[in-house]
Design a binder for this molecule. Structure first.
Ligand code: 5GP
Length: 178
């Protein structure tokens, strides 16, 4: 798996330091509240599980699965809910946990979806952002890193369902793409 990586963009240590900082910030901002962290599957899984260990206030977690990408590296622009959350989020503070914002279409859709559910608040937390690729206005309340407009893998992010278990974030060698 390591041999398929052209370049490491973010090391395990850089990611861990940043995730800790975000967790501490969330703990401060939501003091006296019990937010619901909604992780967007599957890419957000490692981020959520590392992040929640650095949150020192009570939280709930839930999961949502949406489709916006197949096995290709291009956004389809189509967002469909494949698995909805289980928790009743009425009057709750919702924090959406996403791996990466590319066009922004997925987060925009999910953000609107929750806003229409009578919640107390909705905020967005993404590990990575590709500002050059945005096709929609979006404020990310908690952001790890900005990356260029290139396809990245690792730390939850896949290519054709592989590479999610890499502890760092990198770019694949060109010959890997089929
Ligand atoms: P958006 O709707 O913002 O265009 O796409 C967001 C989703 O596309 C992310 O949650 C992620 O699943 C996928 N995605 C976007 N860019 C990348 C990338 O560079 N690498 C990987 N592995 N997935 C990406």
């Amino acid at each position: 798996m390591k041999n398929d990586i052209e370049k490491i963009l973010l090391t395990k240590e850089e990611i861990q330091d940043k995730v800790k900082m975000i967790g501490e910030q969330i703990s401060q901002d939501y003091k006296d509240k019990t937010p619901v962290l909604v992780c967007i599957l599957k890419g957000g899984v490692i981020f959520l599980s590392d992040l929640m260990k650095h949150i020192s206030i009570p939280i709930n977690i839930d999961f949502m699965s949406v489709s916006s990408y197949g096995d290709s590296t291009k956004s389809s622009g189509v967002v469909k809910i494949k698995k909805d959350i289980d928790i009743d989020i009425s009057n709750r503070h919702v924090l959406i946990i996403e791996d990466i914002v590319d066009s922004g279409l997925t987060l925009k859709y999910i953000n609107n979806y929750f806003t229409n559910h009578n919640v107390a608040s909705v905020k967005l937390c993404a590990l990575l952002d590709k500002p050059e690729a945005h096709k929609s206005d979006l404020d990310i309340d908690y952001l790890g890193f900005e990356v260029g407009n290139e396809f990245v893998v690792g730390y939850g992010l896949d290519y054709a369902q592989e590479y999610r278990n890499l502890p760092y974030i990198g770019i694949l060698k060109k010959e890997i793409y089929k």
